[in-house]
Design a binder for this molecule. Sequence first.
Ligand code: NDP
Ligand code: 2IT
Length: 448
Amino acid sequence: MNFKNQKLADIMATVEKRNPGEPEFHQAVREVLESLEPVVEKHPEYLEKGIIEMLVEPERIIKFRVPWVDDNGKVQVNRGFRIQFNSAIGPYKGGLRFHPSVYEGIIKFLGFEQIFKNSLTGLPIGGGKGGSDFDPKGKSDAEVMRFCQSFMTELCKHISADTDVPAGDIGVGAREIGYLFGQYKRIKNEFTGVLTGKGLTYGGSLARKEATGYGLCYFVDEMLRDNGSDFVGKTVVVSGSGNVAIYATEKATALGAKVVALSDSNGYIYDKNGIDLDLVKKIKEVERKRIKEYVTVHTDAEYHEGCHGIWTIKCDVALPCATQNEIDAESAAILVGNGVKAVGEGANMPSTPEAIEIFQKNGVLFAPAKASNAGGVATSALEMSQNSMRYSWTFEEVDSKLKAIMQNIYKNASKAAEEYGMKGNLVAGANIAGFLKVADSMMAYGVV
Ligand code: NDP
Ligand code: 2IT
């Protein structure tokens, strides 16, 4: 799409020129700037005061060497990142991703998305993201520990409970957060809520582990209900089999749906009887094995190599919970052909722009990531609150706050879409509602 507003077109061109070779970042920025066309028409001051130009440039990019020694005594060197994108409405907040595909462009796209997502939660958190090209897969616990300690030895110079609070993302779960927090505490000699997603014995919040997947289902449920439907009796396909996928499966099932498929980067399983989630938790959370192990127990289920084929399974609701750009135009067309009614993004930016266009043109209810997966970071902010109070809420208290936050995000995104003449377009609605709070705060600060 070409921009109608020349200033927005110029900003986009500058982003592409200034950040060469970072297509994921360009994709994320383009979508937001496109959504903002009607906003700047009504409020030219956001362009006149340079707010959008400031918004697309990270406040700070930290890039560092992470040397560590493997179990064979060999020195390994990875690269670490933390991008402190925007602190207009609170301390930088966002996960750490450990995956071999990580480079600056991935962290920039994730950090940029995080600004709007965090704003949508209604809680005081700015946007940031970090990570490394380290691959935890196949590493021993001791290797993961040494890597995490080295990573935190540098990162601790740049974060604190009031400036920047990392958490998990792909490849960073409870084990990694434990090693990272232990090292921070040791070096700084302080026990503060500098990370979220912590273990329950050392300051973690109940329901944080479940929050992204549960929150996704609360959001999709709200979207379905607003359109005269719900999860009851629906067939659901969930991609991935990590933290988000597992707890999305758990909540969708609790809400009356049947989840029939899950995947990992090697392939996908199809169980027409409904996924046996206890088995998946054992394989993925305890044994750290591949999803194909599932069919060694459930011999009537199918395993297929390659993760793309999961979108050929007929379903009413699709919940992509693995990674960016996992649903392309071809997969979207197949889903539509098979009668999909709703798509809820659990992963960050899992649908390509072409796929989103296909869903929207065909009347598929579409829940965009920065609204529908905000439950994880929202609950992280609740963990920060509990840490500050040196107190903890019950599971039910946190879960009910999470549900209310997700319902509120749905309401605000729908309302913003309608207000700007795009009723039902939650992509535009989420971008606009997320933007306004950050932009108005930046306006108050002037040029900083
Ligand atoms: P996990 O590491 O727990 O799980 C990731 C899952 O996705 C695994 O099954 C993994 O398979 C699969 N996957 C990862 N990369 C790829 C790839 N390139 N191709 C195919 N499959 C892949 O991560 P999370 O569940 O935490 O994160 C999943 C998504 O949700 C990410 O996009 C993340 O940014 C997003 N998210 C996470 C939140 C959280 O609180 N954790 C909050 C909001 C969004 P394999 O094991 O084979 O690599
Ligand atoms: O993408 C995300 O929102 C996350 N990975 C969670 C971030 C957080 O700080 O809880």
